[in-house]
Design a protein around this ligand. Structure first.
Ligand code: NI
Length: 395
């Protein structure tokens, strides 16, 4: 039997819109997603799935076991909102002051719930298992790694993973698929330069941390043009540079903070040493001291080729070839889906969310951001079909 995925997705669309609006009206920040988790757990338990809560604090994992034995695929949705005030007249706008689902995670959770409903409906065809993974704190410290540490990819062992993100550059109704890097690694840099303060009119008696800081800043920018292979990507942005209080006193120290991003996980590990060398050389030259901390956050998100090719073909069958775009421009934003892809094959899709006529023109994290609710049934169907197809192919 050919499963009518799209029709079945359309049938539950209104239900999914209601679920999405519940999430949207009550956004919760990373590791505070208790109400969200409760809503998810209730829906999935009512569906008859095995549900585990409290994974990595507020995460929820549900398992659908097929009637026939086979492999296991994971489908992941992230749960957290952002600390900003929504600007919207919609009846479903955020009821929480200063909190908003401005990154579409309300939609991501709803797609996974929709897929669970559809796969449950056709479970007699299911060969193997589907694990529905609701992950906290994507926007802050990252819930993916702790979920993996708590065994989300085991028991049963997950063989491949699917995830996605609403994407403001891709038209609604279409999805975009990228092979290889899709999102950048993220890291942060904290640098303090300790100079010697004094009278501004006697600079020769001082060690000026501002002068040293600006030299370091410039040399860091040279790293991406001279320090690495020109075919690779590297972003170092110093976004905070604080020093001094007034016009005529040279300060004792300068504090710099910034972000480091690349699409290459091997290069990512080489960058801290290169930065340290620059800082060491320049501070040495001027006789200043420094403290430097570089913290790796998320690795680059690298879509595995085999699974990605498979998911693309499955999507084309459902949506039509014209609606599945082969993307070739990764984003330098970060995403902790990367941690799953370090462990198992999988792919991270871009779900089209641009529609000028509907006013869907805002970028992620914008206070006007909204998602296209009309796609909720379709994307749920897409997730369900890719999961079912994968299990059918990989017995
Ligand atoms: Ni996001």
């Amino acid at each position: 039997m050919k499963i009518p995925w799209l029709e079945s997705g359309e049938e539950i669309k209104e239900e999914l819109i209601n679920i999405r609006r519940q999430f949207h009206q009550y956004p919760e920040l990373g590791y505070e997603e208790t109400r969200t988790a409760e809503t998810i757990a209730t829906i999935l338990r009512d569906l008859g799935l095995e549900v585990e809560t409290g994974v990595a604090k507020t995460g929820v994992v549900a398992l659908l076991k097929g009637k026939k034995a086979g492999k296991t695929i994971g489908i992941r949705g992230d749960m957290d909102a952002l600390p900003l005030e929504e600007v919207s007249d919609a009846p479903y706008r955020s009821k929480e002051h200063g909190k908003m689902h401005a990154c579409g995670h309300d939609a991501h959770m709803t797609y996974v719930i929709g897929a669970a409903k559809l796969l449950k409906k056709y479970e007699s065809h299911l060969r193997g298992n589907v694990k529905f993974i609701f992950q906290p704190a994507e926007e802050s410290t990252g819930g993916a790694k702790p979920m993996i540490e708590e065994g989300v990819l085991e028991n049963p062992q997950v063989d491949a993973i699917l995830g996605g993100h609403v994407w403001p550059d891709t038209p609604t109704g279409s999805i975009e698929v990228l092979k290889g890097p899709v999102m950048a690694s993220t890291g942060i840099l904290d640098l303090v330069i300790y100079g010697k303060g004094g009278h501004a009119a006697r600079p020769h008696e001082n060690i000026d941390p501002i002068q040293i800081g600006q030299e370091i800043l410039q040399r860091l920018q040279n790293l991406s043009s001279r320090g690495i292979d020109p075919l690779e990507n590297l972003v170092i942005s110093i976004c905070s540079f604080q020093a001094g209080e007034t016009h005529n006193v040279m300060p004792e120290k300068a504090v710099l903070k910034g972000t480091i991003r690349t699409l290459n996980n091997a290069l990512r590990l080489e960058i801290p040493e290169k930065i340290k060398k620059i800082v060491e050389n320049i501070t040495n030259y001027y006789g200043a001291a420094y403290s430097l901390e570089i913290t790796h956050l998320y690795p680059a998100t690298i879509n595995e080729e085999g699974f990605t090719t498979f998911a693309k073909a499955s999507a084309e069958e459902l949506l039509g070839k014209g609606k599945v775009i082969q993307g070739d421009r990764p984003s330098m934003a970060g995403e902790d889906f990367a941690f799953y892809l370090e462990k198992i094959p999988g792919t991270f899709l871009r779900i089209g969310n641009y529609d000028g006529e509907k006013g869907l023109v805002y970028n992620l994290h914008n206070p006007h951001f909204d998602i296209d609710e009309a796609q909720l049934g379709k994307i749920s169907a897409l997730y369900a079909k890719i999961a079912m197809d994968f299990l059918d192919e990989n017995i």
